[in-house]
Design a protein around this ligand. Structure first.
Ligand SMILES: Cc1cc2nc3c(=O)[nH]c(=O)nc-3n(C[C@H](O)[C@H](O)[C@H](O)COP(=O)(O)OP(=O)(O)OC[C@H]3O[C@@H](n4cnc5c(N)ncnc54)[C@H](O)[C@@H]3O)c2cc1C
Ligand code: FES
Ligand code: FES
Length: 1300
């Protein structure tokens, strides 16, 4: 085969433009090429692993067989550009633009309020756009499928789905047949044009992998460092896309994508009788939930089979379905069975190095043959299965005797595991209960699942092994019933009791429907006045077109360098030496920045920017490589040799910390009444424990900063994704030892923060600034997802113990709660979080005798920090668990206990702040009413009586959420402790007097246009939109005359963090103040010329030398808390709410379906109800994630395992409740806020617990029925593992302890 000596030109199209790339590097992905080379920054980087969909683009390729053009979505971060020869790529910029024409998808997602931070929006747009290219009027199912691989952390998905519902290129050239070669520095990409050439190449380079979808190779090359100097691309070989149908089976080319396989199987299922398509239907079932649509479009059948992942969803079914692999090499063809030996990788039955997989033969099933597939994952869609299985049985015709049986499991070993021995022993047995018992025993013995099973969860997995078989047993009986219906003399098969039938149904993936209610503005309000109206997010359209610029979208600046951080691999150790020599020798590496390079202070004594002698956690920053490119910097980090000496103790868990008396700060305590005395007088006492896991912020835009040093006066410009630019500015100033006035921080917009970008960005900004000063170059630092998850910490995990004393009627008389949060290795916000938790623990309940104590544990984990809700979502779960425990003991329903103990009249909290619970009660009653709670509660009970294996649960949860920071006076703490607090960003905000201060700067220009600047940052919460609504009302001009450019420390100095739900309120007051000052100055002019226009007045003011620029200031609310006395007025106001959720639980697998949620939230006079509903829905879904799926996993040595979307599951579009209703309740109260609005950023988070309590309600119903004790330790998140094991039954009893 001729092999040209030089690299070929890569030719493809992007947005209709021909791209010719000479000397293309095969290691470059499409995402990097689009962003860096073509400057198309609408396509975003968020995970780099194919798991989030932020980088979705559409690819159009000519199908080699049909010669038709196929359009499909892909994740650009996994696509090597060399694979695109001859293809056409459409990015969000190619779909539409603000300046030319918007595509309806872009327009509708923005107008449906489907964007908040907007970082996921281009990916969402591209998934929908591709769907519409293929199906102009898609079905609901197709829409959900198309969006299944796109994550959004802000919106809660409902408005995105709603925008998609409103719908219900220049083309690729035909590529030539000759071999194309693209030579990079390290890697050569060879793409032959014929099968013959491919086989010749494979013989010549047997170690070279075939790069098909790159969804398996790509992640392995990135995360496990796999490296291949030659890559062979089979993309242009039409033989690998062949499909042939015969009378006994179906042969599918190995090059077909999984999406194509799905279509092929669906077509065959529609053509053939049911009995022949058992295997195809089982495959189809898993193809619906395997990854997201983009991955299914890219991943090939051949790549899937050959990868032999232990979690493969298809291999177990193909194995039991007797599939055959058709192999081909230069030597000829041969067939091997896709069986357990092949899947285990036995060399004797494997492909030879020079062979490739050409196609896969899957035989039809026969009459009396039954095939089923099962899988259970952390969430229903876009999640790898914990366990999956393929099962097939052939019965002797007309009997119940097993003629043949095959069972294969995934997720239970290093490869797909076949239960061959068990199956052999069961042949000849009748298909009945006795066989079932024996089968379970055999299966548990054979599928032994050692303690090291991938992903752990050993007992759960063993339970699933038998639970799945039980489901299969029932399914076969059900099929037999259908089969013998018309055979009067047929064999009699065991009946399935009606109660058991529910075990057969899987939960379908359904879209969410619902109603959003809010109060319209007063009919007398001027039409121009936008306050209270559902105005679209100011950046909505720009989000949808990709024109909204985020920090890393700023074009590369002159002489820019890239920085990558090097972090500790030990949890607690002394640094013995750091050897940088090898790294510094690498090409492109400019420098390595260490603590010694810091001209000023290296953070604080307790919280150093870079570790010096000792590391306190895995992920502790030690140094940072600066290189010309990201790749060079990343490679250099691997060459830095750090030697450690491990130190004792290594404290990872809260229990370890308690044992070692390891705490970050003194205990916080509040007490009222006489708790001990009350316990002596009550009818009953219950004690219990509650565990709440931590949570990763998972903002879609990872932490990033660009520092540009200026030639003059040591000035620095810093572009940073932060909630607190003033803190970045101050930290850089002290780190570099230069005055604050030389440093300007700019924040255009932030791709999600949720508290995670309050403190940490200052650390990254300061380290990058040291690099910039030392090298004299601009420095860009963009954390990749795994480093972001490793380094930055998140929500504090909590362990709580409670003792509650109550009367038999459910009246709670005394409550004693002690809780501990895991603060990680540094103080950060942990003391404040503990305080908030204690202050808020009482939630909505009036309990006379209370004792709340809390401590922040110091452990060897990365420092945990602020997170939406700030301790409230964790702490209040204990309080609500007490309520359910009391209900169980009294034999009453939890809602009755809640009602009985709720605040009813004007009262004082445990810290003696007066408040009126009137709105709380209204929210509760409206929620009961709108959700038809009582009648549905009865229906749930009816359902539970009739169904043994599925249980429904319902819960309604009230909420009293205090908004804002608490200012605190500390009499008892030492000066040293105070000093360490004052180093902390949020503390500074609190101690600064007053604590809620905010400022704004408003300029009016001579044409009448107005530039508004304020101290809040746009995080997606719509603060800029709200600020313009305020300015528009105050100045009485349309919003179109107003503009916000960015938040900058040069325009509004000394700001507080945009956090704690108060941003819009306090900055709104400052904007209002500035506008009122300006209007006052204009008053005489307006009076003189009342008929004049705004422009006339401004012109006149200018001529009369009236200043048209004003700063506005808001001094903040009076607030304080005296912990010594246990009293204060720490919060300016409360937000009340209630949420009711209903779920259905599959007791055999632990899966759950969210049937319905109703939320009633007190918004008072919403500034913008569309944005506020977005905040409520988004935070509710984030809370639901906290309580149900988001699980951080650490090794015993403190290494975080869950470092990406594949291991850490945030809710997907399929997780939104099927019916999701949200009402904003107008309140009669008038909080002291801007136009009596309320901050709704955080409170919805806790309402996600209604799903958690609905799940535990369902589990309790199962346990009651099975006569298992009703008490169980409350553990959040309620993952499928927890639910399955809590629904104890005959199958969990079979697996009391893990083997091995
Ligand atoms: C985000 C994400 C989510 C996922 N979720 C799931 C899931 O839920 N369930 C699941 O089962 N899987 C899942 N996967 C795995 C996915 O199914 C596989 O990565 C994919 O099927 C591999 O196909 P590919 O074409 O991309 O293989 P590639 O990465 O291109 O290649 C993989 C291997 O196969 C070899 N190969 C490819 N084609 C041939 C051939 N014709 N002949 C010989 N060797 C060949 C290559 O040499 C290479 O060694 C997921 C992957 C990602 C990235
Ligand atoms: S960045 Fe590509 S899928 Fe997440
Ligand atoms: S709007 Fe979807 S991630 Fe922010």
């Amino acid at each position: 085969m001729p092999c040209p000596p030089k690299s070929d030109d890569l030719v493809f199209f992007v947005n209709g433009r021909k791209v010719i790339e000479r000397n293309v590097d095969p290691e470059v992905t499409l995402l990097s090429f689009l962003r860096k080379n073509l400057r198309l920054t609408g396509t975003k980087y968020a995970c780099g692993r194919g798991g989030c969909g932020a980088c979705t683009v559409m690819v159009s390729k000519r199908d080699p067989l049909s010669a038709k053009i196929r359009h499909f979505s892909i994740t650009a971060c996994l696509v090597p550009i060399c694979s695109l020869y001859g293809a056409a790529v459409t990015t969000v910029e190619g779909v539409g633009s603000i300046n030319t024409r918007l595509h309806p998808v872009q327009e509708r997602i923005a107008k449906s309020h489907g964007t908040q931070c907007g970082f996921c929006t281009p990916g969402m747009v591209m998934s929908m756009y591709t769907l519409l290219r293929n199906h102009p009027q898609p079905s609901e199912e197709q829409l959900l499928e198309a969006l299944g691989g796109n994550l959004c952390r802000c919106t809660g998905y409902r408005p995105i789905l709603a925008s998609g519902r409103t719908f219900c290129v220049r083309m690729a050239e035909k590529p030539e047949k000759q071999t194309l070669i693209f030579r990079g520095e390290r890697v050569t990409w060879i793409s032959p044009g014929t099968l013959k050439d491919l086989l010749e190449l494979k013989a010549k380079h047997p170690e070279a992998p075939l790069i098909s979808g790159n969804t398996s190779l790509g992640p392995a090359m990135k995360s496990q460092g796999h490296f291949y100097p030659i890559l062979l691309s089979p993309a242009r070989i039409s033989e690998l896309s062949m499909v042939s149908k015969t009378s006994d089976g179906l042969t599918i080319g190995a090059g077909c994508s999984l999406a194509q396989v799905k279509d092929i199987l669906a077509e065959r299922v529609s053509e053939l009788p049911e009995e022949k398509t058992q295997t195809y239907r089982a495959l189809l079932k898993h193809l619906r939930s395997l990854a997201g649509q983009q991955i299914r479009n890219m991943a090939s059948l051949g790549g899937h089979i050959i990868s032999r992942h232990c979690y493969s969803d298809l291999n177990p079914i193909l194995a039991v379905g007797n599939a055959t692999l058709n192999l081909i090499s230069e030597e000829g063809t041969r067939q091997i069975p896709l069986n357990e030996h092949f899947l285990a990788g036995l060399a004797s039955v494997d492909l030879k190095p020079e062979e490739i997989l050409e196609s896969v033969y899957i035989p039809h099933s026969q009459k009396w043959e039954f095939v089923s597939a099962f899988r259970q994952a952390q969430c229903q869609q876009n999640a790898l299965a914990d366990v999956n299985a393929g099962m097939r049985v052939v019965l002797k015709e007309g009997t119940d005797t097993i003629k043949d049986l095959s069972i294969a499991y995934g997720g239970v070993g290093a490869a797909t595991v076949s239960a061959q021995k068990s199956c052999q022993q069961l042949v000849g047995r009748p298909w009945n209960e006795l066989m079932l018992e024996e089968a379970c025993r055999l299966l548990l013995e054979e599928v032994s699942l050692p303690g090291w099973a991938p992903g752990g969860k050993v007992e759960f997995k063993r339970t699933l092994v038998v639970s799945f078989f039980f489901k299969f047993y029932l399914e076969v009986l059900q099929e037999l019933k259908k089969l013998v219906k018309f055979m009067p003399d047929s064999h009699h098969y065991p009946e399935i009791s009606d109660q058991f039938l529910s075990a057969l149904e899987d939960f379908p993936i359904t879209g969410s429907q619902g109603v959003q209610r809010y109060q319209r503005v007063d009919s007398h309000q001027s039409l121009q006045d936008p306050v209270g109206r559902p105005i679209m997010h100011l950046s909505g359209l720009k989000h949808a077109t990709g024109e909204a610029i985020f920090c890393d979208d700023i074009p590369m600046v002159d002489r820019e360098l890239f920085m990558v951080l090097v972090t500790s691999t030990r949890a607690h150790a002394k640094i013995i030496s750091v050897d940088l020599s090898q790294a510094l020798d690498l090409p492109g590496v400019i420098d390595v920045i260490t603590a010694e390079d810091i001209p000023g202070t290296n953070g604080t004594e307790d919280d150093k920017l870079m570790a010096v002698d000792e590391v306190l956690c895995v992920g502790h920053i030690i140094c940072a490589v600066v290189a010309e490119t990201e790749l060079q910097a990343k490679s250099a980090t691997e060459k830095i040799k750090i030697t450690y000496e491990d130190l004792e103790p290594v404290i990872i868990t809260i229990n370890d910390a308690i044992k070692h008396n390891s705490f970050l700060c003194p205990e916080k305590k509040l007490e009222q009444g006489n708790v001990e005395e009350a316990f002596e007088k009550v009818d009953q006492i219950v004690e219990g424990e509650v565990h709440v896991g931590g949570q990763e912020h998972f903002y879609m835009e990872t932490q990033r900063v660009l520092v540009i040093p200026k030639a003059e006066d040591k000035e620095l410009d810093i572009y940073v994704s932060t909630q607190d630019p003033a803190h970045v500015q101050k930290t850089v100033s002290s780190t570099l030892n230069i005055p604050i006035n030389r440093i300007t921080c700019h924040v255009k917009r932030v791709g999600g923060g949720f508290g995670g970008k309050v403190g940490r960005p200052a650390v990254f900004g300061a380290i990058a600034a040291v690099g910039a000063i030392k090298t004299g170059h601009p420095i860009r630092l963009v954390l990749d997802r795994k480093d972001d998850m490793l380094i930055t910490g998140g929500r504090h995990p909590l362990f709580g113990k409670y003792k509650v004393g109550f009367m038999n009627n459910g009246r709670i008389k005394a409550l004693d709660i002690e809780c501990f949060v895991n603060g990680g290795c540094m103080l950060d916000d942990s003391e404040l979080v503990t305080e908030f938790l204690i202050l808020k623990l009482e939630n909505a309940y009036k309990i006379r005798n209370l004792r709340f104590r809390g401590r922040a544990c110091m452990t060897n984990l990365p420092s945990n920090t602020a997170f939406r809700g700030f301790g409230f979502p964790q702490g209040t779960l204990i309080t609500e668990s007490c309520i359910t425990a009391v209900a169980a003991k009294c034999g009453l329903l939890p809602e009755k206990i809640r009602e009985k103990n709720m605040y009813k009249t004007v009262d004082k909290t445990i810290y003696k702040q007066a408040f009126s619970p009137e709105t709380l009660i209204r929210c509760w009653n409206e929620c009961l009413d709108k959700s038809s709670f009582h009648s549905r509660r009865m229906q749930v009970e009816e359902f539970n009586k009739k169904n043994y294996w599925k249980k429904k649960g319902m819960a309604i949860i009230p909420m009293k959420f205090s908004v804002g920071f608490a200012a605190t006076s500390y009499h008892q703490v030492t000066i040293a402790q105070n000093r360490s607090k004052l180093q902390n960003p949020t503390w500074k905000a609190c101690f600064s007097d007053p604590p809620y201060s905010a400022a704004a700067l408003v300029h009016i220009y001579t044409d009448g246009s107005v530039l508004v600047t304020h101290g809040g940052n746009e995080l997606g919460q719509g603060i800029h939109t709200k600020m313009l609504q305020v300015a528009s009302r105050e100045l009485n001009i349309p919003m179109s005359s107003l503009h916000i450019c960015e938040t900058s420390t040069a325009t509004v100095p000394n700001t507080i963090a945009t956090a704690a739900s108060i941003g819009s309120d306090v900055n709104g007051r400052a904007v209002q103040n500035a506008c009122q000052i300006l209007l006052k100055r204009l008053e005489p002019i307006i009076k003189k010329n009342p008929e004049g226009t705004w422009e006339d007045w401004i012109e006149a003011a200018f001529e009369q030398r009236i200043s048209l620029s004003a700063t506005g200031y808001f001094r903040g609310y009076k607030a304080f808390m005296d912990w010594e006395k246990g009293e204060g007025d720490p919060f300016p106001y409360y937000v009340y709410g209630a949420a009711c959720s209903e779920v259905e639980v599959d007791c055999l697998t632990g899966a759950h379906k969210k049937i319905r949620t109703d939320i009633v939230m007190d918004a008072c006079c919403s500034l913008n109800p569309a944005i506020d509903i977005g905040q409520v829905e988004g935070s509710f879904i984030q809370g639901m994630g906290l309580y149900t799926t988001e699980e951080l996993k650490y090794s015993p040595e403190g290494v975080l395992y869950s470092r990406g979307p594949d291991e850490y599951k945030i809710p997907t579009i399929a997780d939104v409740p099927e019916e999701f209703n949200v009402s904003l309740l107008p309140s009669s109260q008038t909080p002291p806020t801007i136009y009596s609005s309320k901050g709704l950023g955080e409170s919805g988070m806790f309402l996600g617990s209604s799903v958690f309590f609905a799940i535990t309600d369902a589990v309790a119903a199962a346990r009651r029925e099975r006569d298992t004790v009703e008490d169980f330790t409350v553990r959040s998140p309620a993952t499928p593992e927890w639910v399955r094991m809590a629904c104890a039954d005959r199958f969990t009893e079979m697996t009391p302890t893990a083997k091995g």
